[in-house]
Design a protein around this ligand. Structure first.
Ligand code: GLC
Length: 621
């Protein structure tokens, strides 16, 4: 099986079939030619997404999403007849497949969710803890015991510095070798931070944000090489200096990490968390501090600087994100591109409109346009696009080439033809010159929904795919980090024979409970709460009993991971965040961004990105 193969091909449908206008004519369209500064105030506003022709091709269910995060959806979403059938089918499949090991109590709970959501073909807007929990007070009791246990464990995971909590350690497992699991990882702290914010405990989050931004300005040198000023740490720990008789914080920027991996995601998560803090507390004084403004600008300088790029995505080394070992994700991994997009949008909101800040705001806007276009056109895969790629011509030369990245159809992996449902789609793992990694990655797709990188139709298509491929992606334990696993020769070449990443284990198709919070948030944003409810039932069946493992192994995620730490903090926090989101969906506002109407309309009206790009006359850094 070959998972990474071809290159993407931006599709024929990119060109507006009804338009035979040349790029320059588009530029002169007064409605289209919006200068970046006009967008400044709009990047966090409510949007009514437009349904263009492309959108309608993408999913079988294409409702408009116009989410007001302060309210629960007032009315159930209307489904087309096809949509009803699809929903009903996938729900019944979920009930009967892959759940063999569930307790009768849990199975009946899942069946009740299915019935509730299938009875009229509509996903009703039920608050999760009413009907279901009153139906069985025993279940409710168990659930609340699990919540209390989780809160207690999260408290135990807090790390203190000079008497103040500054983060949570990755795991508190006393039975396994600690390695670096006794450190506060930036990415791992995100679900903890969200849990604390939802619980109205913002101080630990503020301390964390301030500590990590201080660490950014410390000297960063590996051997004789100086790291970029904006690089944020992967993790940090508190050390006691016996000579000074004082505690100090020691950060790791990748120099001590296994394989010296670069934490490209840390800076993005930091910005995203700063916005979450600001949104949740209403306190903008932290973000306005000169240290935070400068820290943001330094992070942005690293990723907006000019280089040799021909595309707006970020070129990355392997192991630069949650998947922090060699797994063939080098190039332009979806996880980083989605986080990059979200961080740009958050920074756009948080940056001050002063001299330096304003310059960055302009660069952000230019990059956002280019990035959103690129991702939606070249990373998006659905049944139709797959069929287009399957029939691609190769060796095309010139700007009018259809197969822009020269994807060789023979390199399409076999599994993709079975995996791709007729309704549904997703952002593939990676796109670069002669490289198209078709693997499905959970984090990148959920973040794409939350950041509105995906159109509403694409967001729905991602959820359709999760429902249609429930057994593969959720199975017995939510949620697969990626699908499918690589094995045999491909595993040897891509992982360098990594024994930790054997097929269906760890990063290679393992199941990571922490991802439940991202799935839940994405479900709420797309108004598919029932999907998250079902996934949470699976988590509640085992996670606490198994000691909150870091990950699960096996094709359906049935085994506790071979080398999984127990008492893994983000497994605990991920569960708490999912539960709190289900109870109160207005929490979603701190971690989701609505579509920006002006950016969308500009993108939709501009048939060729390059025409917009050249017309704007603005240089990116
Ligand atoms: C593993 C994970 C990484 C995580 C770290 C600490 O290395 O791959 O994403 O940050 O453990 O939990």
């Amino acid at each position: 099986m070959s998972t990474h193969s071809v290159d993407v091909t931006p599709s024929e449908h990119v060109e507006d079939p009804e338009s035979d206008v040349t790029p320059s004519e588009h530029v002169e369209d007064p409605k289209t030619d919006v200068t970046p500064s006009e967008h400044v105030e709009d990047l966090e506003t409510d949007v009514t997404p437009s349904e263009n022709a492309e959108d309608l091709e993408t999913s079988c269910i294409a409702p408009k999403i116009n989410f007001d995060f302060s309210k629960f959806p007032e009315r159930p979403r209307k489904l087309s007849k096809d949509g009803d059938m699809l929903r009903a089918k996938s729900l019944s499949e979920i009930s009967f497949s892959g759940l063999g090991r569930l307790s009768p109590q849990m199975s009946s709970r899942i069946d009740r969710i299915s019935e509730l959501h299938c009875s009229d073909g509509l996903p009703p807007p039920l608050p999760v803890n009413t009907d279901l929990d009153t139906a069985s007070s025993a279940e409710g009791h168990e659930t609340s015991l699990m919540m209390s246990e989780a809160w207690e464990a999260l408290k135990q995971a807090k790390l203190h510095f000079h008497g103040e909590a500054v983060g949570t350690v990755a795991a508190t497992d006393n039975f396994e070798e600690k390695l670096n699991y006794d450190q506060v990882f930036v990415r791992d702290f995100v679900p903890s931070a969200l849990a604390f914010l939802m619980h109205k405990e913002p101080d630990i989050v503020k301390n964390f944000l301030l500590k990590t931004i201080q660490l950014q300005s410390s000297e960063k040198k590996i051997d004789f090489f100086h790291l970029g000023e904006g690089v944020m740490p992967a993790s940090f720990k508190v050390l006691h200096d016996p000579f000074k008789n004082a505690d100090e914080i020691k950060a790791d920027f990748g120099e001590s990490a296994i394989g010296r991996v670069a934490p490209i995601d840390s800076g993005f998560w930091w910005i995203i968390l700063l916005r979450a803090y600001t949104k949740s507390t209403g306190d903008s004084s932290l973000a306005d501090m000169p240290e935070c403004q400068k820290g943001m600008r330094l992070i942005l300088s690293l990723c907006l600087s000019e280089g040799f790029d021909t595309i707006p995505t970020l070129l990355c080394a392997d192991g630069c994100c949650m998947i922090d070992r060699r797994m063939g994700v080098y190039g332009y991994p979806i996880e980083i591109q989605a986080l990059f997009f979200m961080a740009l949008r958050c920074a756009h909101v948080l940056l001050k409109r002063d001299g330096e800040g304003m310059e960055f705001v302009h660069h952000i806007e230019m990059r956002l346009y280019a990035l959103i276009y690129h991702m939606r056109e070249y990373f998006w895969l659905n049944f139709k696009k797959l069929n287009d790629i399957y029939r691609y011509k190769t060796e095309e030369y010139s700007r009018t080439a259809v197969n822009k990245f020269n994807v060789i159809p023979d390199s399409l992996p076999e599994w993709i033809f079975d995996f791709m449902p007729t309704c549904g789609g997703y952002f593939i793992g990676n796109v670069g010159p002669s490289k198209m990694d078709f693997r499905w990655f959970c984090l990148g797709n959920c973040v794409a929904i939350l950041a509105s990188l995906a159109t509403p139709t694409q967001s729905n298509a991602i959820m359709d795919l999760i429902e249609a491929r429930w057994e593969e992606l959720v199975g017995e334990m939510p949620l697969k980090i990626c699908y499918p696993a690589i094995e045999g020769h491909e595993w040897k070449i891509l992982t360098g024979c990594d024994p930790k990443n054997t097929r269906w284990s760890y990063h290679n198709g393992g199941s990571w409970p922490v991802l439940i919070w991202l799935l839940t948030a994405a479900c709420i944003k797309t108004k598919r709460k029932h999907i998250a409810e079902k996934a949470v039932v699976l988590i509640e069946e085992r996670l606490s009993k198994d000691g909150w493992p870091e990950y699960y192994d096996g094709k359906t995620g049935q085994y506790i991971g071979k080398q999984a730490r127990k008492q893994q903090t983000w497994s605990i926090a991920g569960y708490l965040v999912a539960k709190m989101l289900l109870e109160e969906d207005s929490h979603l506002g701190m971690i989701a961004l609505e579509e920006d109407i002006r950016m969308e309309s500009t993108i939709n009206k501009t048939t060729s990105c390059s025409s917009f790009f050249y017309a704007s006359g603005s240089k990116i850094f």
